[in-house]
Design a protein around this ligand. Structure first.
Ligand code: FMN
Length: 367
C-alpha cells in the first residue's frame, strides 16, 4: 500500500499484515514477560535452523529491501534505517531472524566482560493497555567470550552493533577496565560498539555519564580501539532519558570533544510520571525498581533527542530510540535529524512485522 499516508490506516495495515502475531500474542501474554521472551527466543532459534524459514519470513513479512532507504552513518553502510534496540537479543542468538524480519541493523547485548545472572526474578513486567514495559534485568549476560564466539557465525547483510557494559561487582573506579575487556572480545566481531552507561539497573552505572567520569572512559575506549587497529569502526554512547537539560548539554559537549562517533538516545526511564493512568502507575509502583519503556516514553525521549540534535548541529550522528511505536514515530525521528532509529518495546505489543511496516511507510513517503 505505498502512498498510504493516513496514520490510522497505516496502523491497521501494519497489524492486518501479520495475523500470525495476532494468534501468538495471547499465548505469549498468558506467560510472565520473561518466560514469553524466552519462548520467543526458543521459537526463533528453532525457526532459523529450519531451511527455508528465513526466506519464508522475508516473503511474508519483510518484503524486498528498499535500496532507497539505505544510508551511510559514521562510515557504516546500513541497508535500512530501523534497527533492533539492545536488550532483546543480549546473546546474539537470533541474528538471521532479525535480518529476515527486515531490520537494517541489530544491537546485541548488553554484554558484560564476565558472565553474570542479573537481578532476581521477577524483573520484567508489562502494561498492555499503555504498551509499556518495566524491567530491572540488571545485565543478565553470558559474558563477552561466549557472545563473541557466537558472533563469528553472524549472517551477512545485517549491520550488527555490540552493546557493552560493566559487571555489577566491578567498582566504579575500575569501570574502564570492564568496558575495555568486553570491547576487546566483542569489537572485532561487530560493525559498531555502543557503550551503555545508561541502564538504571546496575547500581552507579549512570554516574559514568558525569563529564568528569565520562571523558576518561571515552578517551580510554578510543585508545582501546586504536590498540586493536579498529580506528574505522564507530563507537557510540547510549544515554539515559533522565538527565537534566544542562547536564545533557555538557555530556554532548564531552562526546564531541572526546572524538567518539555518535550518540544513542534513549535508554529506559526512571520517571513514573510517564504512566498515563493512575491505576497503572500504582501497579508500576508496586512492582518496584526498574526502567520504563514503550509508547509513553516517546515524548520524553523525543524532547531529549531534539536538544541533542540542536547541540550536535550535525557534527555527530544520533540514533533515536525510546517509544517508537508507529511508522509515523519513526519518520518523525528521522525527519527531526536522527540518522537511524531503534525499536524494542513496540515489538512486544505489535509483533515483529512492525519493522517492515515502518520501512514500507518510510518508502511510501519518499519523493
Ligand atoms: C526488557 C528490556 C531489556 C533491556 N535491556 C537493555 C540492555 O541490556 N542494554 C541497553 O542498552 N538497553 C536495554 N534496554 C533498553 C532498550 O534498548 C531501549 O533503549 C528502551 O527500551 C527504549 O526503547 P523502546 O521504548 O523502543 O523499548 C532494555 C529494554 C527492555 C524493555
Amino acid at each position: 500500500m505505498p502512498g498510504q499516508k493516513d496514520p490510522k490506516t497505516t496502523m491497521i495495515y501494519v497489524n492486518q499484515r501479520h495475523p500470525l502475531y495476532k494468534t501468538f500474542r495471547p499465548l505469549l501474554f498468558a506467560l510472565p514477560p520473561e518466560q514469553a521472551h524466552a519462548l520467543a527466543i526458543a521459537v526463533g532459534k528453532i525457526a532459523q535452523c529450519v531451511p527455508g524459514v528465513c526466506s519464508l519470513l522475508i516473503r511474508a513479512l519483510a518484503g524486498k529491501p528498499h535500496a532507497t532507504l539505505a544510508r551511510r552513518v559514521a562510515g557504516v553502510d546500513f541497508p535500512a534505517p530501523i534497527g533492533l534496540a539492545a536488550g532483546l537479543d543480549k546473546g546474539a542468538e537470533l541474528l538471521p531472524i532479525w535480518k529476515a524480519l527486515g531490520f537494517g541493523f541489530a544491537e546485541i547485548g548488553t554484554v558484560t566482560p564476565l558472565p553474570q545472572p542479573g537481578n532476581p526474578k521477577p524483573r520484567s513486567f508489562r502494561i498492555v493497555d499503555e504498551e509499556l514495559a518495566l524491567n530491572r534485568m540488571g545485565f543478565n549476560s553470558e559474558g563477552a567470550a561466549v557472545v563473541a564466539k557466537r558472533l563469528k557465525r553472524r549472517p551477512k547483510g545485517l549491520v550488527v552493533g555490540g552493546n557493552i557494559g560493566k559487571n555489577k561487582i566491578t567498582p566504579e573506579e575500575r569501570a574502564l577496565d570492564d568496558y575495555r575487556l568486553a570491547y576487546r572480545a566483542i569489537a572485532p566481531e561487530v560493525d559498531y560498539v555502543a557503550l551503555n552507561v545508561s541502564s538504571p539497573n546496575t547500581p552507579g552505572l549512570r554516574r559514568l555519564q558525569a563529564p568528569e567520569l565520562l571523558m576518561p572512559l571515552l578517551t580510554g575506549m578510543l585508545r582501546a580501539r586504536q590498540e586493536m587497529g579498529l580506528e574505522g569502526q564507530p563507537i557510540f554512547l547510549k544515554l539515559a532519558p533522565d538527565l537534566a537539560p544542562e547536564d545533557l548539554d555538557s555530556i554532548v559537549d564531552t562526546a564531541l570533544a572526546s572524538g567518539i562517533s555518535g550518540l544513542i538516545a534513549t535508554n529506559t526511564t526512571l520517571d513514573r510520571g510517564i504512566v498515563k493512568s493512575e491505576a497503572n502507575r500504582a501497579k508500576v509502583m508496586a512492582w518496584g525498581d526498574g526502567g520504563l519503556s514503550g509508547r509513553a516514553l516517546k515524548p520524553k525521549a523525543q524532547a531529549m533527542q531534539r536538544r541533542i540534535l540542536q547541540r550536535l548541529n550535525g557534527r555527530l550522528p544520533l540514533i533515536a530510540c525510546g517509544g517508537i511505536s508507529t511508522p509515523q514515530d519513526a519518520q518523525e525521528s528521522l525527519t527531526m535529524g536522527a540518522s537511524l532509529a531503534q525499536v524494542y518495546t513496540a515489538l512486544i505489543f505489535q509483533g515483529p512485522g512492525l519493522v517492515a511496516g515502518i520501512h514500507e511507510y518510510l518508502r511510501s513517503q519518499q519523493p
